[in-house]
Design a protein around this ligand. Structure first.
Ligand SMILES: Cc1ncc(COP(=O)(O)O)c(C=O)c1O
Length: 483
């Protein structure tokens, strides 16, 4: 048996029951203390990262170490040196969160270690995963017959969508196929296309309009041009919330184009799809429910821990056709119409159990809690934009379509380069104050700051802090750049 300190010394790699209790208690106590202290922790904790990483390099350990010093290192040295994506003040990039029950689900999944790659190995557990996918389908307004897949994130969901579209529309003739999106699309679109065999010269990033949206006339022109050139348009990827500015493409009009042109319409809802739950934003997202496939990122809009992405495909048979395969050593497949088999709907065979974190969390909170939380994020973004618009030198580049909006600084006589420098400096100055973190992007030919409200821990207090800290930093930043 192994030593009481959690140090592994025996060959069977097993711990006694009291040892497991002691180890788990130590871990749980630290995790809960970490969560309790989040409001006091800065949203941006990375300092002198290169030196730290160099110090952390280490040889392969021949012998084991006790758990306690390993946890000390993790919690004291490594975890604080991060963007604190779980912090209430994290308004940067697309915030995460990390609902606690999902961690418990992972603990259960990892300790019981059931095999959920194939239905027969754990039919009841796979059914719970199928239930969770079904609830997502219902939320998004997709029809029955839709099938889905839990993935590690939005990128892998998008990759699987491109595979489905390619199989449906191109078959073996991949090289002539063309995919359309906007120049505001997340870079996972071009990456997914490449992984699926669609090279960058067959991806058209149509220039966005003044509102950072995919312009439908330009999309139609690009498709017609490619057809004239003997190419085969097969897919449009539109955005339900871009990462740079939060813009939502005209999803219904793009769905019409795809219907007219017989193209696969994929909607990237990694950031925005869960705003379907909010009455105030459902109109903006109209047309999403007509998509052939939809990327969802529960680790964004459902506040789940990272590693929780999802794909819905309207024609479940298309998802299955892209992945179906079996082997002589595997049991016979269940009825495809009735039972969900993860390995027949995605690339993985052996896998973790992503469905449990979704199922347990959704059951524990209930749908209304998610609806209320996402509605609050929308209201907070509206509050933030209204108050920021009243700050000196602030220009709002686009109002929040959902809960993300871009802005920049200006003053009479400012050049674009000065505006960019001041806006960039403001991001850093605000984050340095240690209460909120915001990040920027280049969009519409300029550097913009971005506020994205999506953490379940962000409430009115953090919006107050955002406005106060921006207000306190703006004059100094502008004076510094003006000279
Ligand atoms: C709009 C959008 N699409 C796709 C992705 C990629 O998702 P993931 O990081 O989960 O792979 C992101 C990530 O931020 C995103 O914001």
């Amino acid at each position: 048996m192994n030593s009481g300190t959690g140090c592994v010394t025996s060959r069977d790699l097993e711990f006694t029951v009291p040892q497991m209790h002691a180890m788990a208690n130590d871990v749980v106590a630290r995790c809960i203390a970490h969560i309790a202290a989040l409001p006091q922790q800065p949203p941006h904790g990375v300092h002198d990262a290169e030196a730290l990483c160099r110090r952390l390099r280490e040889p392969l350990p021949a012998a084991g170490t006790a758990l306690t010093p390993l946890l000390d290192d993790l919690f004291e040295r490594c975890i604080p040196q991060s963007f604190n994506t779980a912090s209430p003040g994290y308004l940067a990039y697309i915030p995460g969160g990390g609902l606690f029950p999902a961690a418990l689900a992972d603990f259960i999944a990892d300790t019981t270690n059931r095999y959920t790659g194939i239905w027969q190995a754990a039919p009841a557990l796979v059914q719970l995963e199928a239930n969770a996918l079904e609830w997502l389908r219902e939320w998004m307004g997709f029809p029955t017959g839709t099938r889905g897949l839990f993935t590690t994130g939005g990128s892998m969901a998008t990759f699987n969508a491109v595979l489905c579209a390619r199989e449906r529309h191109l078959g073996p003739d991949i090289r002539r196929g063309v995919l359309y999106t906007s120049d505001q699309a997340h870079h996972c679109v071009i990456k997914s296309a490449k992984l699926a065999g669609i090279m960058p010269d067959r991806v058209r990033a149509v220039a966005c309009d003044d509102a950072f949206r995919l312009p439908v006339p330009a999309l139609r022109e690009a498709i017609a041009r490619d057809r004239r050139d003997g190419l085969v348009p097969f897919m449009v990827v539109s955005n339900a919330g871009t990462t740079n500015t939060g813009a939502v493409d005209p999803l219904a009009a793009i769905a019409d184009v795809c219907a007219d042109e017989s193209l696969w319409h994929h909607v990237d809802g990694a950031y925005g799809a869960f705003f379907q739950l909010c009455d105030d934003t459902r109109d903006v997202l109209a047309g999403l429910e007509r998509a052939d496939s939809l990327t969802l990122d529960p680790h964004k809009g459902m506040f789940m821990p990272y590693g929780t992405g999802a794909l819905l495909v309207r024609d479940g048979a298309a998802l299955r056709a892209a992945h179906e395969a079996t082997a002589d050593y595997l049991p016979e497949m269940p009825s495809a119409a009735e039972f969900y088999d993860p390995s027949q709907h995605g690339p993985d065979l052996s896998r973790g159990f992503p469905g449990l974190r979704m199922w347990l969390t959704m059951k524990l909170y209930g749908a209304d809690a998610f609806r209320a939380a996402i509605t609050e994020k929308r209201a907070l973004a509206l509050e933030a934009v209204a108050r920021m618009a009243r700050l000196p030198h602030v220009v709002i580049d686009a109002p929040p379509a959902l809960s993300l909006f871009p802005f920049h600084l200006t003053w009479p006589g400012a050049t674009l380069a000065q505006e960019d420098a001041a806006t960039r400096a403001l991001m850093a100055a605000t984050s340095r104050r240690g209460r909120v973190m915001i990040s920027g992007a280049v969009a519409g030919g300029r550097y913009v700051g971005r506020v994205c409200v999506l953490s379940f821990r962000t409430h009115a207090r953090q919006i107050d802090q955002l406005v106060e800290d921006l207000g306190a930093a703006i004059d100094e930043v502008v004076a510094g750049v003006r000279g």
